[in-house]
Design a protein around this ligand. Sequence first.
Ligand code: SF4
Ligand code: SF4
Length: 436
Amino acid sequence: MSLFKKIFDAGVVGAGGAGFPAHVKAKSKVEYVLANGAECEPLIHKDYELMFHFPKEIIKGLELLIESTSAKKGFFGIKEKNVKAISEISKYLNGKTELTKLGDFYPSGDEYELVYEATGRLIPPAGIPLDIGCVVNNVETLYNIAMAEKDITVTKKFICVAGAVKNPSSFFVPVGISFKDVIDFTGGSKVKEFGIFVGGVMMGHLAFDLNEVVTKTTAGIIVLPKEHYLIKRKNQPEQNWHRIGKSACDQCSYCTEFCPRYLLGYQVEPHKVMRSLQFTKTGAAVWNQMADLCCSCGLCTLYACPEDLYPKEACDNAKVEMRIAGIKFAQQKPVKVHPIKDGRRVPLKQLIMKLKLQDYDVDAPFNSKNISVSKVKIPLQQHIGVKAKANVKQGQTVKAGNLIGRVNENELGSNIHSSINGRVTEVTNKYILIES
Ligand code: SF4
Ligand code: SF4
């Protein structure tokens, strides 16, 4: 059976957060395959732990992809500071793959950044790595590809739980486990009232519902006290972002000057997007276009702006408004790296201090203990593309690894499998509930 089919059957999707169905990449023909181990979200260390403990499997996944895409070379992006993981990974590298050692900056893990650092190539505006002969996969996706080759389906997610919990750690959990069960496994929260950043404080979302569940793309869970600066900032009502932005933005343009996409040469200028708030939307159609190539990294809002305004959120809104208006932005000048790019990089330690997270900046070691759960709620949409269709009925008995939701092979989407042994107790058009 082809690798494409095995990956499709196993339901492998981008595990770093994007959720792009991995079989599509395995089918392409490229020059370079890149492993993305450049984890850069503050406090999340799960890729580091995975690379340190499972280097053989990750390299196996990378080699399988190099072979299936007929690539001439692989690059392994990893931060220079991760000396122990580099040493483990290096034991399994063959001559076809080169390490790309990266500085400890945010956002080193952005695909555009990594491809440029490794190959010197710039992805065309609004393009994907495939446009310049590359495919990029997170290291956990590569691990899952190695498992798929052995017909092991994706039923577990490797996550990092950090912040105000008793034992910050990284471990495998069944897909569909609740945040409550996950936090309990770390010994519980250190504070009574807290919020949860799902996927990271920079690019993730803020949740308060402990019944929310881990999906195939959940990289980490950061628990922070309710009164923490980041929770308060993220929890501001949307009208406040605009009201404060309208009155307080002095067009200093720091948000643009620190924007990693702008520094790579893309026409992303959040300070201009802020003008669409200032001038009571006069010219919004023009200013909003300066948001189109923004990757929502959050650096402008959470690091650059001296006034604590919300340029990232203004960009997010602008992209939605442009889509509704049917406006498509086309970059008007060649993509050229800014001469000051290297001098404007944001060291992770500095970002952590700015975010007032230094008290939580600790390791999250691998815990190999099995976590047992009596119930999982498995969403049918955990990936980019079409939602999987349930193919089990209420009352049916399932085993971990059984197919419970499927997509057609010619669709962009991903199969879904049961993550525990049990009985299906509810099937909706959004999720499948399984109880042991
Ligand atoms: S950094 Fe803040 S104040 Fe300066 S232009 Fe951007 S949004 Fe306005
Ligand atoms: S979130 Fe801000 S800093 Fe990040 S890419 Fe978008 S505009 Fe640039």
